[in-house]
Design a protein around this ligand. Sequence first.
Ligand code: CA
Length: 225
Amino acid sequence: MSNKNKKSRSLVVYTLIIVLLFGALFALNTVSKNKEGENKTVAEAPSVSGQPIVGNQEAKVSVVEFGDYKCPSCKSWEQQIWPQLKKDYVDTGIATYSFINTLFHGEESQLAAEASEAIWKSNPEQFWNFHTALFAKQPDVNHDSVWVTADSLLEVARASVPGLDEEAFKQQSKSDEVAAKIAEDNQLVTKFNIRQTPTIMVNNIVIANPFDYEAIKQAIEQEAK
Ligand code: CA
Protein backbone atom coordinates (compact mmCIF):
# COMPACT_ATOMS: atom_id res chain seq x y z
CA MET A 1 0.00 0.00 0.00
CA SER A 2 1.32 3.41 -0.89
CA ASN A 3 1.85 6.03 1.75
CA LYS A 4 -0.84 8.14 0.17
CA ASN A 5 -3.35 5.30 0.40
CA LYS A 6 -2.44 4.66 4.03
CA LYS A 7 -2.97 8.31 4.81
CA SER A 8 -6.37 8.49 3.17
CA ARG A 9 -7.44 5.28 4.88
CA SER A 10 -6.42 6.71 8.28
CA LEU A 11 -8.36 9.85 7.43
CA VAL A 12 -11.48 7.80 6.75
CA VAL A 13 -11.06 5.90 10.01
CA TYR A 14 -10.53 9.09 12.03
CA THR A 15 -13.49 10.78 10.40
CA LEU A 16 -15.64 7.77 11.15
CA ILE A 17 -14.56 7.79 14.81
CA ILE A 18 -15.34 11.49 15.12
CA VAL A 19 -18.75 11.07 13.50
CA LEU A 20 -19.53 8.16 15.84
CA LEU A 21 -18.41 10.16 18.89
CA PHE A 22 -20.60 13.10 17.92
CA GLY A 23 -23.47 10.72 17.31
CA ALA A 24 -23.03 9.17 20.75
CA LEU A 25 -22.82 12.59 22.40
CA PHE A 26 -25.97 13.70 20.62
CA ALA A 27 -27.80 10.53 21.68
CA LEU A 28 -26.71 10.95 25.31
CA ASN A 29 -27.78 14.56 25.30
CA THR A 30 -31.20 13.66 23.89
CA VAL A 31 -31.72 10.94 26.49
CA SER A 32 -30.85 13.24 29.40
CA LYS A 33 -33.07 15.96 27.98
CA ASN A 34 -35.99 13.56 27.79
CA LYS A 35 -35.32 12.54 31.35
CA GLU A 36 -35.23 16.00 32.85
CA GLY A 37 -36.97 18.34 30.52
CA GLU A 38 -39.93 16.64 28.96
CA ASN A 39 -43.05 15.00 30.30
CA LYS A 40 -43.17 11.26 29.95
CA THR A 41 -46.23 9.31 28.90
CA VAL A 42 -46.69 5.90 30.49
CA ALA A 43 -49.09 3.08 29.65
CA GLU A 44 -51.84 4.03 32.10
CA ALA A 45 -52.88 6.43 34.84
CA PRO A 46 -52.48 5.23 38.44
CA SER A 47 -55.63 3.73 39.93
CA VAL A 48 -57.01 6.06 42.59
CA SER A 49 -59.51 3.55 43.89
CA GLY A 50 -59.65 3.93 47.68
CA GLN A 51 -57.27 6.92 47.63
CA PRO A 52 -58.05 10.32 49.12
CA ILE A 53 -59.67 12.20 46.26
CA VAL A 54 -61.21 15.62 45.81
CA GLY A 55 -63.19 17.04 42.90
CA ASN A 56 -65.80 15.96 40.39
CA GLN A 57 -65.48 12.20 40.14
CA GLU A 58 -66.95 12.29 36.61
CA ALA A 59 -63.99 14.41 35.47
CA LYS A 60 -61.91 13.10 32.56
CA VAL A 61 -58.68 14.23 34.17
CA SER A 62 -57.09 12.70 37.24
CA VAL A 63 -54.20 14.56 38.83
CA VAL A 64 -52.21 12.39 41.22
CA GLU A 65 -49.47 13.43 43.58
CA PHE A 66 -46.99 10.88 44.81
CA GLY A 67 -46.01 12.74 47.96
CA ASP A 68 -44.51 12.47 51.39
CA TYR A 69 -45.46 14.62 54.39
CA LYS A 70 -41.83 14.60 55.49
CA CYS A 71 -40.58 15.95 52.15
CA PRO A 72 -39.79 19.70 52.01
CA SER A 73 -40.54 19.98 48.28
CA CYS A 74 -43.96 18.44 48.87
CA LYS A 75 -44.70 21.15 51.42
CA SER A 76 -43.59 23.79 48.90
CA TRP A 77 -45.74 22.20 46.20
CA GLU A 78 -48.74 22.09 48.54
CA GLN A 79 -48.33 25.78 49.31
CA GLN A 80 -47.24 27.13 45.91
CA ILE A 81 -48.92 24.97 43.25
CA TRP A 82 -51.89 23.22 44.84
CA PRO A 83 -54.00 26.34 45.64
CA GLN A 84 -53.85 27.46 41.99
CA LEU A 85 -54.50 23.97 40.66
CA LYS A 86 -57.47 23.59 42.99
CA LYS A 87 -58.94 26.92 41.93
CA ASP A 88 -58.44 26.42 38.19
CA TYR A 89 -59.21 22.73 37.71
CA VAL A 90 -60.54 20.97 40.81
CA ASP A 91 -63.13 23.53 41.98
CA THR A 92 -64.27 23.92 38.36
CA GLY A 93 -64.94 20.18 37.97
CA ILE A 94 -62.33 19.60 35.27
CA ALA A 95 -60.00 17.39 37.29
CA THR A 96 -59.82 15.33 40.44
CA TYR A 97 -56.79 15.34 42.69
CA SER A 98 -55.51 12.41 44.75
CA PHE A 99 -52.58 11.93 47.09
CA ILE A 100 -50.60 8.70 47.25
CA ASN A 101 -48.21 8.15 50.16
CA THR A 102 -44.63 7.77 49.02
CA LEU A 103 -42.46 6.78 51.93
CA PHE A 104 -39.02 8.13 51.11
CA HIS A 105 -38.03 9.49 54.54
CA GLY A 106 -38.18 6.48 56.84
CA GLU A 107 -40.08 6.15 60.08
CA GLU A 108 -41.55 9.66 60.05
CA SER A 109 -42.96 9.21 56.54
CA GLN A 110 -44.51 5.97 57.73
CA LEU A 111 -46.11 7.54 60.85
CA ALA A 112 -47.50 10.46 58.86
CA ALA A 113 -48.90 8.14 56.21
CA GLU A 114 -50.57 5.96 58.85
CA ALA A 115 -52.21 8.99 60.43
CA SER A 116 -53.42 10.31 57.07
CA GLU A 117 -54.90 6.95 56.06
CA ALA A 118 -56.62 6.74 59.46
CA ILE A 119 -58.21 10.18 58.96
CA TRP A 120 -59.23 9.31 55.39
CA LYS A 121 -60.97 6.24 56.81
CA SER A 122 -62.67 7.84 59.83
CA ASN A 123 -63.26 11.48 58.74
CA PRO A 124 -62.96 11.66 54.94
CA GLU A 125 -64.67 15.06 54.74
CA GLN A 126 -61.93 16.49 57.00
CA PHE A 127 -59.06 14.73 55.25
CA TRP A 128 -57.80 17.72 53.23
CA ASN A 129 -57.87 19.94 56.33
CA PHE A 130 -55.64 17.43 58.04
CA HIS A 131 -53.42 17.09 54.95
CA THR A 132 -52.85 20.85 54.74
CA ALA A 133 -52.37 21.17 58.50
CA LEU A 134 -49.76 18.40 58.50
CA PHE A 135 -47.73 20.10 55.76
CA ALA A 136 -48.06 23.38 57.66
CA LYS A 137 -46.62 21.63 60.71
CA GLN A 138 -43.46 20.69 58.77
CA PRO A 139 -40.72 23.11 59.94
CA ASP A 140 -39.55 25.59 57.29
CA VAL A 141 -35.98 25.27 58.47
CA ASN A 142 -34.29 22.22 59.88
CA HIS A 143 -36.94 19.91 58.43
CA ASP A 144 -34.56 16.99 58.92
CA SER A 145 -35.12 17.26 62.66
CA VAL A 146 -37.70 14.84 64.03
CA TRP A 147 -41.10 16.52 63.88
CA VAL A 148 -43.48 13.66 63.01
CA THR A 149 -44.31 11.79 66.20
CA ALA A 150 -47.44 10.14 67.58
CA ASP A 151 -47.92 13.25 69.74
CA SER A 152 -47.46 15.80 66.95
CA LEU A 153 -49.82 13.85 64.68
CA LEU A 154 -52.46 13.79 67.40
CA GLU A 155 -51.99 17.52 67.91
CA VAL A 156 -52.46 18.21 64.18
CA ALA A 157 -55.48 15.89 64.01
CA ARG A 158 -57.09 17.53 67.05
CA ALA A 159 -56.69 20.98 65.53
CA SER A 160 -57.83 20.10 62.00
CA VAL A 161 -60.51 17.44 62.45
CA PRO A 162 -63.46 18.67 64.52
CA GLY A 163 -65.09 15.92 66.56
CA LEU A 164 -62.10 13.60 66.23
CA ASP A 165 -62.38 10.39 68.22
CA GLU A 166 -58.82 10.40 69.53
CA GLU A 167 -58.72 6.82 70.75
CA ALA A 168 -60.16 5.52 67.49
CA PHE A 169 -57.62 7.62 65.56
CA LYS A 170 -54.70 6.14 67.51
CA GLN A 171 -55.98 2.59 67.08
CA GLN A 172 -56.89 3.05 63.43
CA SER A 173 -53.40 4.40 62.66
CA LYS A 174 -51.92 1.08 63.80
CA SER A 175 -54.63 -1.13 62.27
CA ASP A 176 -54.15 -3.84 59.66
CA GLU A 177 -56.57 -1.94 57.46
CA VAL A 178 -54.31 1.12 57.40
CA ALA A 179 -51.22 -1.07 56.90
CA ALA A 180 -52.95 -2.56 53.84
CA LYS A 181 -53.67 0.93 52.45
CA ILE A 182 -50.01 1.85 52.82
CA ALA A 183 -48.97 -1.40 51.15
CA GLU A 184 -51.25 -0.48 48.23
CA ASP A 185 -49.54 2.90 47.97
CA ASN A 186 -46.12 1.26 48.05
CA GLN A 187 -47.18 -0.98 45.20
CA LEU A 188 -48.18 2.04 43.11
CA VAL A 189 -44.85 3.72 43.88
CA THR A 190 -43.06 0.62 42.62
CA LYS A 191 -45.35 0.10 39.64
CA PHE A 192 -44.89 3.68 38.42
CA ASN A 193 -41.17 3.64 39.26
CA ILE A 194 -41.46 6.82 41.33
CA ARG A 195 -38.02 8.20 42.14
CA GLN A 196 -38.75 11.65 43.54
CA THR A 197 -41.36 13.46 45.57
CA PRO A 198 -43.49 15.18 44.65
CA THR A 199 -44.16 13.39 41.39
CA ILE A 200 -47.23 14.76 39.65
CA MET A 201 -49.14 12.73 37.10
CA VAL A 202 -51.96 14.02 34.90
CA ASN A 203 -53.75 10.86 33.76
CA ASN A 204 -50.87 8.85 32.24
CA ILE A 205 -48.53 11.82 31.82
CA VAL A 206 -45.67 12.21 34.28
CA ILE A 207 -44.89 15.91 34.65
CA ALA A 208 -41.13 16.46 34.33
CA ASN A 209 -41.02 19.45 36.69
CA PRO A 210 -43.81 19.43 39.30
CA PHE A 211 -43.26 23.16 39.93
CA ASP A 212 -43.89 24.06 36.28
CA TYR A 213 -47.54 25.01 36.60
CA GLU A 214 -47.76 25.85 32.89
CA ALA A 215 -46.72 22.27 32.06
CA ILE A 216 -49.37 20.89 34.44
CA LYS A 217 -51.97 23.19 32.88
CA GLN A 218 -51.09 22.12 29.35
CA ALA A 219 -51.32 18.45 30.25
CA ILE A 220 -54.72 18.97 31.92
CA GLU A 221 -56.07 21.00 28.97
CA GLN A 222 -54.89 18.29 26.56
CA GLU A 223 -56.47 15.49 28.60
CA ALA A 224 -59.72 17.41 29.17
CA LYS A 225 -60.46 17.62 25.40
CA1 CA B 1 -53.21 5.90 50.06
